[in-house]
Design a protein around this ligand. Structure first.
Ligand SMILES: Cc1ncc(COP(=O)(O)O)c(C=O)c1O
Length: 341
């Protein structure tokens, strides 16, 4: 299979249309067989449930080439499970989890020419998504849905080297207590757009959201979970019912315990404890871990010992171990790597 002529190392994170996408429609109470299609356009009524009442959710994962030349993806079964949970919370029909994984595999196979080569740092980003398609005017769930998986090649996250982030404590919330913060609903991201643009206007890379109920506990950013390191090399990560259960964070917990022999605490993290930590990272599919150098709390700066020029030593070990597992340089736990080819 001849690869597309793309300058992989200089790709950004933007949409580039690829050849095929998977589409399945839900009607009269069941999903059709689904198919791969070249048509990237969606035509729906102006009154579609997704357009009126934001009935949509999505997932994000990557395919890449390993050191020994295989095309693989990472733990797609967990994306399937999380999407099923998102659907249930939004009164949408679940696309069966095994069919989800199978459709991810088929979509990657069909777009093999866009899977970047090993060593380029680039990956093929996979975006499963679902939305209500039939006309809905009274506030209620749609009866018809479309499930789609498209792909787009994306560039290396740390282009030009790692640069620790400066983030701020947000005065806006991204989730409500007992709301939808724990699922990947489009509405959560609409909520965060003003906050992230405002953060950028003020010179910050990201928002640290605190718990919406009391604003005393650390939650997450708009697109990643937090992971902290204590002075004695313990990993601490916030536990909350209103954060998205990051697949990267859950994988890093296993890596910390089973590969690095580190102690891990998943618990409520008070914001007032944060200055005691020595390293801070954001975990998600995009970067695996991006280091945070500084947190600005309304003018008061919390600077981590790891500094503003590189990843802290524990963050770096976590990063290198998980990316080593993903790229096939280290033995993966059973079931983590789905080989496409
Ligand atoms: C709000 C939020 N938190 C955390 C994550 C990280 O999750 P994952 O590691 O599954 O990509 C994401 C990205 O998907 C996200 O959007």
């Amino acid at each position: 299979m001849e690869k597309k002529n793309i300058d992989w190392a200089n790709l950004g994170f933007g949409y580039i249309e690829t050849e095929k996408r998977f589409v399945s429609n839900f009607k009269d109470g069941s999903w059709d067989d689904g198919e791969l299609t070249s048509n990237s356009m969606v035509t729906i009524t102006e009154c579609a449930g997704v357009l009126q009442y934001a009935q949509t959710c999505f997932e994000g994962l990557k395919a890449y080439t390993t050191e020994d030349g295989h095309i693989v993806t990472f733990r797609p079964d967990l994306n399937a499970e999380r999407m099923a949970n998102s659907c249930r919370r939004l009164e949408m029909p679940v696309f069966p989890e095994e069919r989800f994984v199978d459709a991810v595999v088929k979509t990657i196979e069909a777009n093999e020419a866009y899977v970047p080569p090993y060593g380029s740092g680039a990956t093929l980003y996979i975006r499963p998504n679902m939305f209500g398609t039939n006309a809905v005017i009274g506030v209620k769930p749609a009866d018809e849905y479309q499930f789609r998986i498209f792909t787009t090649p994306v560039g290396p996250y740390f282009k030009g080297g790692v640069k620790p982030l400066t983030i701020r404590v947000s005065d806006f919330d991204r989730a409500a207590p007992h709301g939808t913060g724990h699922i990947k609903a489009g509405l959560n991201y609409a909520m965060s757009l003003y906050a992230i643009m405002d953060a950028h206007r003020q010179g910050f890379d990201e928002n640290m959201y605190l718990d919406p109920g009391t604003r005393t506990k650390v939650e997450e950013t708009g697109g990643a979970n937090f992971l902290f390191v204590t002075k004695d090399n313990k990993i601490v990560t916030p536990k909350s019912g209103s954060i998205l259960p990051s697949i990267t964070r859950r994988s890093l917990i296993t890596v910390a315990k089973d590969y690095l022999g580190l102690e891990v605490e998943e618990r409520e993290v008070l914001f007032e404890e944060v200055p005691e930590f020595v390293e801070c990272g954001l975990c998600g599919t995009a970067a695996v871990i991006s280091p945070v150098g500084k947190i600005n709390d309304h003018g008061r700066e919390i600077c981590f010992a790891s500094g503003m020029t590189e990843m802290g030593p524990v963050t770096k070990k976590l990063y290198e171990t998980l990316t080593g597992i993903q790229m096939g340089r280290l033995q993966a736990p059973e079931g983590w790597i789905k080989v496409i080819k």
